[in-house]
Design a protein around this ligand. Structure first.
Ligand SMILES: Nc1ncnc2c1ncn2[C@@H]1O[C@H](COP(=O)(O)OP(=O)(O)OP(=O)(O)O)[C@@H](O)[C@H]1O
Ligand SMILES: [Mg+2]
Length: 210
């Protein structure tokens, strides 16, 4: 296995005196893709902000090392220089200017031309998401990056992740952390594999949705 890139040990953190993370333990090896999941308000974004060094978040216990260096001691700009970025996968839309509207119109024109049925907004977003996920995996493979991302999408987590990490309702602790043993490159037909279903059910149970 490759070297540990991020090592989070018993991390506790909060904001405005409110404890949000309560003893997070997580090791991310170089080249892994970790999908972070958990109920609304459990602390997923907080974990991301703490790693990126966003102002206002207090680390009250534990440690984080990044490539062997004490991350908490590093100012945010040095963390970015070291290659640690906080990214948002889905483009933020400008209110009133829905960029997928234009894309869908163009897509539907092509479909009409081919004599196919038009897709509605919900289906179109699902298609865009799927395409972005495949693109993310392609870039990950090509650039050899390490990715930690937050999602509420259970099948997205299993499809993209080399590991899935599930947090408990706040203050967040580790509920589960397991490897997704599906081959790479991932292909869409894997979503119908039995093992894929087992992983998604495991997450459903953890999130109390079953
Ligand atoms: N600025 C703040 N001041 C006080 N409490 C905050 C602040 N920001 C977030 N919280 C609280 O911290 C907890 C964790 O929030 P966080 O946004 O990290 O959760 P999350 O897992 O990302 O949730 P979601 O799934 O809704 O994105 C929540 O209870 C939230 O209300
Ligand atoms: Mg969040």
């Amino acid at each position: 296995m490759s070297r540990p890139l991020i090592e989070i040990t018993n991390l506790s953190a909060g904001i405005n005196g409110k404890q949000i993370l309560k003893g997070i333990n997580l090791t991310v090896h170089a080249g892994e893709v970790h999908a972070i999941m958990g109920p609304n308000g459990s602390g997923k974004s907080t974990l991301g902000y703490v790693l990126a060094g966003r102002k206002g978040y207090d680390v009250t216990g534990g440690s984080v090392t990044y490539d062997g260096k004490d991350l908490i001691e590093l100012p945010p700009e040095d963390r970015a220089r070291e290659g640690l970025f906080l990214a948002f996968q889905y483009p933020v839309e400008i209110p009133g200017v829905n960029n997928t509207y234009f894309l869908r119109a163009a897509y539907n024109e092509q479909r009409k031309h081919r004599g196919q049925e038009e897709v509605d907004a919900v289906d179109f977003l699902a298609i865009v998401r799927e395409k972005m996920n495949l693109e993310l995996l392609r870039i990950w493979k090509e650039a050899g990056k390490t990715i930690v991302f937050v999602t509420h999408g259970i099948s997205e987590a299993v499809f993209l992740g080399t590991r899935v990490v599930v947090l408990t309702a706040g203050p967040a602790k580790m509920a589960d952390n397991f490897a997704i043993d599906l081959p790479h490159p991932r292909t869409l037909d894997m979503k119908t594999h039995e093992r894929f279903g087992e992983y998604t059910r495991r997450i459903y149970r953890l999130l109390g949705m079953e």
